[in-house]
Design a protein around this ligand. Structure first.
Ligand SMILES: Cc1cc2nc3c(=O)[nH]c(=O)nc-3n(C[C@H](O)[C@H](O)[C@H](O)COP(=O)(O)OP(=O)(O)OC[C@H]3O[C@@H](n4cnc5c(N)ncnc54)[C@H](O)[C@@H]3O)c2cc1C
Length: 459
């Protein structure tokens, strides 16, 4: 009979190719071991809030929803180290600790992400050029492996497993809990400098010149601009605001922020809602609304998580969903970004959201994504022959020495993946040692040839 479960249609945030998945939802950490040792599902994968865009947390045979495992275990206000279960969300951490002056040292562009998901994709934020990825601040994690052992992993102990688990998209085992270093901040506000750039070259030059002076840097890009204005951007540089930067009302309660009222998207919008006309109108408005300005005080929610105020915004792309395409090119091959933008602009596939960032050095995670270069993330609606279009983009990325991000990917081929991740064989060796029968698997893992045995069994 096995452990209690439900069959649910699951996909990634891009809502492409949903699959009926046998889904388990343990309530307590002690319920995890029976679920993972239940032989009925031949493969399993842990899942957080499903904010990865593609199929990293999708697996028809078995998905383990970790979001009920959201207990904080301990917090040391002197060291700033939080120990929590892996289903705790970044939102829950902020709500609990920001009032006491602590914030996340690295955060992605949504706070609806679990600690387990943040580790398994080794997520990055707007401060990657200064602070690296999430794993830099993970002091230790508990990993439930395929042999039902619970291993304590850290950069000092079981270090090889730690660096395979970080960015390892759930394939080394299930992260049960983690110790994370939080960071003290002077307020809940960010002081932002806006700088408009007339085209991509100007944006890259401005990032190179200015990024070093700010912990946070990101650019919004108009993907429909062409010719001399291709890649016109608004560059946003930020740092945590000091109480002296705040107005009186803010300075009285520097950690109390009225978070934005959340608006839901109640149903799937028609597929034509985000077309090149509506997106161009938005882009013109956004570009014109942001002249060069300095020291604009913005609360953390608006700065880090602008999309979180629209619940289920992924429905705006209609029933067929969308992909997010995130490619990083080495600094010396930034010209590849121009090629990507030209291809996107010529295709008239209106990308509502396009974000550019300059990454810092590569970290030690074996499949960890960021490396020194420019990264461009584009939302692309699913219409026409999207697979062929993406394959054409993949070729450009590979030709320029770039790579795609697994947290966003839904379509990459195994060949492209193998060509772009140089430490893959080290990862495979650890996976093989920890999980020789390929118990931890997902649709992404099979697509990319990361669980070869199961792929062969499933034909
Ligand atoms: C609006 C938006 C903005 C984003 N911005 C960024 C960004 O700026 N930077 C960035 O890096 N990413 C970004 N992302 C991607 C997101 O941060 C990652 O996909 C993150 O991993 C999602 O976490 P999740 O809890 O939803 O995990 P899921 O999407 O549910 O799962 C992600 C992976 O983690 C694994 N996993 C989850 N929990 C566990 C566990 N307990 N043990 C082992 N494995 C586990 C899953 O198997 C899967 O492989 C963004 C996503 C959205 C929707």
């Amino acid at each position: 009979m096995g452990e209690p479960h439900k069959t649910m249609q699951l996909s990634g945030w891009g809502r492409m190719r949903p699959e009926p998945c046998r889904t388990y939802r343990p309530e307590r950490l002690r319920d995890c071991a029976p679920v993972f040792s239940d032989p009925t599902p031949d493969t399993l994968i842990a899942r957080g809030y499903g904010r990865s865009y593609g199929d990293a947390a999708v697996n028809a045979a078995g998905v383990v929803d970790m979001t009920r495992l959201n207990r904080m275990r301990s917090f040391d206000p002197v060291s700033g180290i939080l120990e929590c279960e892996s289903g705790v969300s970044l939102e829950e951490i902020i709500d609990a600790f920001l009032p006491n002056g602590f914030f996340l040292p690295v955060t992605p562009g949504t706070k609806f992400v679990t600690v387990g998901g943040a580790i398994a994709n080794d997520v990055h934020g707007k401060n990657h050029h200064c602070d690296g990825t999430f794993s830099r601040f993970v002091r230790e994690l508990e990993l439930l492996t395929a042999s039902s052992e619970v291993l304590l992993c850290s950069p000092e102990s079981n270090a090889d497993i730690f660096w395979a688990t970080v960015g390892g998209i759930g394939l080394t085992g299930c992260i049960l809990s983690a110790k994370i270093q939080l960071m003290r901040v002077p307020s809940a506000y960010i002081s932002v400098d806006y700088h408009r750039c007339a085209n991509l070259d100007a944006a890259l030059a401005a990032m190179e010149e200015r990024d070093g002076a700010y912990p946070y840097s990101v650019a919004w890009v108009d993907c429909l601009a062409e010719g001399n204005t291709l890649g016109r951007s608004v560059l946003m540089h930020g740092r945590h605001a000091e109480p002296k930067d705040l107005d009186r009302r803010q300075a009285d309660r520097p950690y109390a922020v009225q978070t934005a009222h959340k608006l839901p998207v109640p149903f799937n919008f028609p597929g034509f809602f985000l077309n090149s006309w509506s997106v161009q109108a938005f882009n013109n408005w956004f570009y014109n609304k942001h002249p060069d300005l300095e020291h604009v005080i913005v609360d953390y929610d608006r700065f880090f998580y602008p999309l979180d105020s629209i619940l289920q915004w992924n429905r705006m792309y209609g029933k067929r969903g969308f992909v997010q395409y995130q490619a990083t090119m080495p600094l010396e091959h930034a010209a590849g970004l121009t090629k990507l933008l030209e291809a996107l602009s010529a295709s008239k596939r209106a990308s509502f959201l396009a974000v550019l960032k300059r990454f810092g050095e590569q970290g030690p995670g074996l499949l960890s994504y960021p490396f020194k270069g420019y990264t461009l993330a584009l939302d692309i609606p699913n219409h026409g022959d999207i697979t062929q279009f993406l394959r054409d983009l993949d070729r450009m990325v590979l030709d320029h020495g770039g790579r795609l991000y697994l947290a966003k990917d839904a379509c990459m081929s195994r060949q492209s993946f193998e060509a772009a991740y140089p430490r893959l064989s080290e990862f495979r060796a650890i996976k093989e040692r920890l999980d020789p029968k390929g118990r931890f698997s997902s649709s992404m893992a099979r697509r990319l040839g990361l669980t070869v045995q199961k792929e062969a069994e499933h034909g």
